[in-house]
Write a protein that binds this ligand. Structure first.
Ligand SMILES: Nc1ncnc2c1ncn2[C@@H]1O[C@H](COP(=O)(O)OP(=O)(O)OP(=O)(O)O)[C@@H](O)[C@H]1O
Length: 375
């Protein structure tokens, strides 16, 4: 039987590898800054390096650009070893946190700066500058003095200047951290759109978990020179593989737990306050480390029940200890009966919701499917 071959949608087609880290180590004197990094970043991917200050994410980014030598291991770009390739001939370009643009030049002089050593007629170069400015939403700003721009506009100029050289990989070192919250959120959306439009690999360094979740196809979470988990945003949020990752990304409640049985992909557990329940093996994504076990669950997976309200989920009684109002949402810290510390519950503030005060007795609905087992 003949079958007509189906075209694979572009989004599902396997993407070639753009960057490969092979057991990368970096020492600054005695200090072991990168401790065996293994990862691949695919062509056209929006990839983020996320972690607390000092975890090594900037160092790792700089090894791609060639601004930092590695002590052992290998960095490959597009299949080529980079050991002997100097920074200025690598197919990468970097955008920094402080917009490194020349204030005494115009916008178009800034954007065209990188083209000064390239061939092409002045008209051709002017066309490329216009194209780059349009890409970042600065069409018509070419003649402005760079010093007369807002922070967000300056960062766009820096982006245009990097993109005009058509790098295979754009490296972004906390590019939005100097902007205020509103401008940062706007630029996040613009950067995603820009990345889709130009289709090149973007690698972003950030310590802001929300920024990484919003923007990335995949995220490498780093602690102390190592990648703790590398996954897409939803997996990182729903199935963090350690308490450390869970704590770094959003709010996670933890309760002490014991593993009772394990068979056929199901794990029977006993959780303090919640009692006995059963979870799927996929809800225990981390390695077995032994010792004390705990489960985690996000604040939005719990619901407080009103008087007389019934649920098909499991329910546990408790007392409200704290109420924190956030406008669209309220956090309630509830001490479940038989539990040592309160858990945080987030509830959407729907019109007409009665206010629940500190000290109120309540019932909390939860489901086993929302639990993550750390062990
Ligand atoms: N040139 C250097 N000499 C010595 N130590 C360095 C050097 N550069 C970085 N380090 C150290 O290496 C570690 C990792 O630094 P890195 O800048 O990569 O961290 P980071 O995760 O990017 O942090 P941040 O968000 O604060 O920039 C830090 O402890 C830092 O002090």
């Amino acid at each position: 039987m003949n079958t007509v071959p189906q075209a694979v949608p572009a989004a599902l087609a396997p993407r070639p590898t753009m960057i490969e880290f092979r057991d990368v180590h970096k020492y600054y004197g005695d200090y072991h800054a990168l401790r065996g990094i293994n990862a691949t970043i695919k062509a056209g991917e929006f990839f983020s390096l996320l972690g607390p200050s000092g975890c090594g994410k900037t160092t790792l980014l700089r090894t791609i650009a060639g601004f930092e030598d590695i002590s052992s291991g290998a960095v490959l770009i597009d299949g080529k070893h980079m050991a002997d390739v100097p920074a200025n001939v690598r197919p990468t370009n970097m955008v920094f946190q402080s917009y490194a643009i020349f204030p005494h030049l115009t916008v178009e002089q800034n954007v065209g700066f990188g083209l000064r050593r390239e061939g092409g007629t002045p008209a051709e170069k002017a066309r490329r500058v216009d194209e780059a400015l349009e890409m970042v939403g600065l069409k018509g700003y070419g003649k402005r003095a760079a010093h007369a721009l807002s922070g967000g506009q300056r960062q766009r100029v820096a982006l245009a200047r990097a993109l005009i050289l058509k790098p295979k990989v754009l490296l972004l070192d906390e590019p939005l951290s100097a902007l205020d919250k509103k401008m940062r959120e706007q630029m996040q959306v613009e950067l995603i759109r820009l990345q889709r439009q130009v289709g090149i690999t973007f690698i972003l360094v950030t310590h802001d978990q929300e920024e990484a979740l919003v923007m990335s196809d995949r995220i490498a979470v780093m602690f102390e020179g190592q990648i703790a988990q590398l996954a897409d945003p939803e997996t990182l949020y729903r199935r963090p593989n350690s308490r450390q990752v869970a704590n770094f990304i959003g709010v996670m409640n933890f309760l002490p737990a014991k593993v009772l049985t394990e068979a056929a992909g199901r794990i029977g557990i006993e959780v303090q306050g919640l009692g006995q329940t059963e979870i799927d093996a996929s809800q225990a994504p981390g390695a077995i480390t032994g010792g004390e076990t705990s489960v985690g669950f996000r604040p939005e997976t719990l619901t407080m029940l009103y008087e007389g309200q019934t649920t098909t989920e499991r329910e546990t009684p408790g007392t409200i200890e704290e109420v924190v109002y956030y406008g669209d949402m309220t956090y309630y810290d509830v001490r479940l009966d038989g539990v040592d510390s309160p858990v945080r519950i987030s509830m959407r503030n729907v019109f007409g919701r009665p206010v629940l005060d500190i000290g109120t007795r309540t019932r909390v609905a939860w489901s086993a499917g929302a639990l993550v087992l750390f062990r």
